[in-house]
Design a protein around this ligand. Structure first.
Ligand code: SER
Length: 559
């Protein structure tokens, strides 16, 4: 069954059961402050569920565009997606568990013709009623499992709103396909089982404090993942091999000369490019534009992640519009906003990718420099803060000598790598000299706390990128911290998130200060200009020492 056939089979089936088809709502939820993006088919039904608005019919069915931000960093594995389509049928105070269960079974067994022996059911802990309906349909008792809140209670979407216990249908690929553990089951994280349909019995309303009260009416909200279902129907183990993704995969193969399945790295990169390429096309069509916060940041982050993974496939120039063209061509008849907004979508992608493209190589090179220096910091000195405290002089000696020892190596490095290297070295040196100074001159508990802080900066150096560095990559090269973190992790390093947030806050503070004095954001530059001296050349990338002349001073903000 092609994906378009699954879509129409679903809508037709529920039309036969008296449902009215409603179009997908926008990925940007209207008038819903609890949500960043539309994450489920029920989002547009929320006002109906809570009795705030009257639905066009008490039985509705849709194929909804959805976006979930929780798994962005793992997109590229076999199953996680940011953007996906959710088929769903909804009852607004009309039918409840009995019909919802019976019709879902009829659809999977009689329309999709999935073999019953491959299906498993889960129900909420105390939901005997739901279990009995499944038993009445002929499902074997040992194929029905009870699951707790974590797995079988759904919602609310966002901080508050309608929610309820649920019951799920899972497809079993067979014993030999999973982790093999004795307690492997539908809730296991291995890929033996695929959750294909979630039936939510939406009878509760949850407030922001987590208190639940019964809704005035009992509702049904179901969601079946189109991509996963297409994989089953097309005999594939993962969504990227279905007809929803193959046109994009073919295009990526044409552009790069690489083949899906060639190596794990190539496969992952192709998946990321295809998945994010599709997601950005839909987000932009719904009016999201790249920015540094909210939904705009989600868009920027995945667009840049796709651009970086394109690099891994050997692409050296902007390419994402070519992926978006395929998405529009392939999905434009189902989602007409793609066709009507085609030029606009391509333009937004083009501008954002070009902007990133100008700095991406430089950023990567600098990041490489940061990673490289970590490997030469002598582990015997920085094992823990006690060791550093005892061997602080040896470590200082090492840091002082490093420039001389590594002089020739530094000369060979590219300017950016060298700069990253020197920057990291500077952080280490600063921390060392502060710790040393406070240790010798300081007294009392306060000084001790500061020493501890400096020592912990040093101790973290070999295993972490500092907040300064991550911030520099963001500020100068447009690397979202999540991307830096991902590349760092590939090299066995973590990032200092707290330090990064401190740097961000300091930048906001600087911007506020600059505004107050009527200066541009770069206040140092503005002070410098007020000196009225001819431009000077920055030589720090190529020389460590230079003779120079002081031509002016700023004192208390005055030249
Ligand atoms: N709202 C439920 C889900 O997203 C069912 O549609 O899984």
């Amino acid at each position: 069954m092609k994906s378009s056939d699954i879509r129409s089979a679903y809508l037709d089936f529920y039309k036969e059961k008296g449902h009215t088809v409603v179009p997908s709502s926008s990925l940007v939820p209207h008038g819903d402050p609890t949500l960043l993006l539309t994450s489920a088919g029920m989002v547009q039904m929320k006002p109906y569920f809570i009795g705030e608005a009257t639905p066009p019919s008490p039985r509705l069915v849709s194929c909804q565009k959805c976006f979930r931000t929780t798994d962005i960093d793992v997109v590229g594995d076999a199953g996680h997606l940011t953007y996906f389509e959710m088929l769903g049928n909804f009852s607004i105070g009309d039918y409840f568990k009995k019909e919802a269960i019976a019709w879902s079974w009829e659809f999977v067994i009689e329309r999709l013709k999935l073999p019953q022996e491959n299906l498993w059911i889960t129900v909420f802990l105390d939901d005997d009623e739901a279990e009995n309906y499944w038993l009445d349909l002929g499902v074997a008792k040992d194929r029905i499992l009870r699951c707790d809140e974590k797995d079988n209670f759904w919602g609310p979407a966002g901080e508050s709103g309608p929610c309820g216990p649920c019951s799920e249908i899972h497809y079993d690929f067979g014993e030999g396909t999973g982790c093999g553990s004795s307690d492997c089951g539908p809730s296991c994280d291995c890929d033996r089982f695929s959750e294909i349909w979630n039936l939510v019995f939406t009878e509760l309303d949850q407030d922001a404090e987590g208190n639940r009260t019964p809704l005035k009416q009992k509702n049904i909200d179901t969601g079946m993942g189109l991509e996963r279902t297409a994989a089953l129907m097309q005999g594939k183990r993962n969504v990227y091999e279905t007809d929803l993704f193959t046109p994009m995969m073919d295009r990526i193969a044409d552009l790069t000369g690489r083949r899906y399945g060639e190596t794990d790295t190539v496969t992952k990169a192709m998946r990321v490019v295809a998945e994010h390429g599709r997601a950005i096309t839909f987000l932009i069509a719904d009016g999201v534009i790249p920015s540094n916060d909210g939904r705009g940041y989600v868009l920027r982050r995945i667009l840049r992640r796709a651009a970086l993974f394109g690099r891994k496939l050997g692409l050296t120039e902007a390419f994402l519009t070519k992926i978006a063209e395929i998405v529009v061509e392939q999905m434009g008849d189902i989602y007409p906003e793609l066709t009507s907004q085609r030029d606009y979508i391509l333009k937004v992608i083009d501008i954002e990718e070009e902007k990133f493209d100008r700095t991406i190589t430089d950023g990567l090179e600098r990041l490489e420099g940061m990673i490289e220096i970590r490997s030469i910091i002598p582990k015997e000195y920085v094992a823990d803060t006690d060791t550093i405290r005892n061997r602080i002089l040896e470590l200082t000696q090492w840091a002082d000598n490093t420039f001389y020892d590594y002089g020739p190596k530094l000369e060979e490095m590219s300017a950016l790598k060298r700069e990253a290297w020197i920057f990291a070295h500077g952080i280490l040196n600063d921390a060392l000299s502060s710790a040393r100074q406070i240790q010798t001159s300081g007294d009392g508990n306060e000084a001790e706390t500061v020493v501890e802080k400096e020592l912990s900066i040093i101790a973290k150096m070999p295993t972490h990128l500092s907040g300064f560095e991550v911030f520099r990559l963001w500020d100068t090269f447009g690397f979202p911290k999540e991307i830096t973190s991902e590349i760092a992790a590939e090299n066995g390093l973590s990032i200092d998130l707290e330090g990064f947030e401190e740097e961000m806050e300091a930048q906001r503070e600087r911007a506020r200060g600059a505004k107050k004095f009527g200066l541009a954001d770069k206040s140092d530059q503005a002070y410098y200009e007020s000196l009225d001296v001819p431009p000077t050349e920055f030589v720090g990338y190529g020389e460590f020492f230079t003779d120079t002349l002081v031509v002016g001073l700023i004192v208390d903000g005055e030249p």
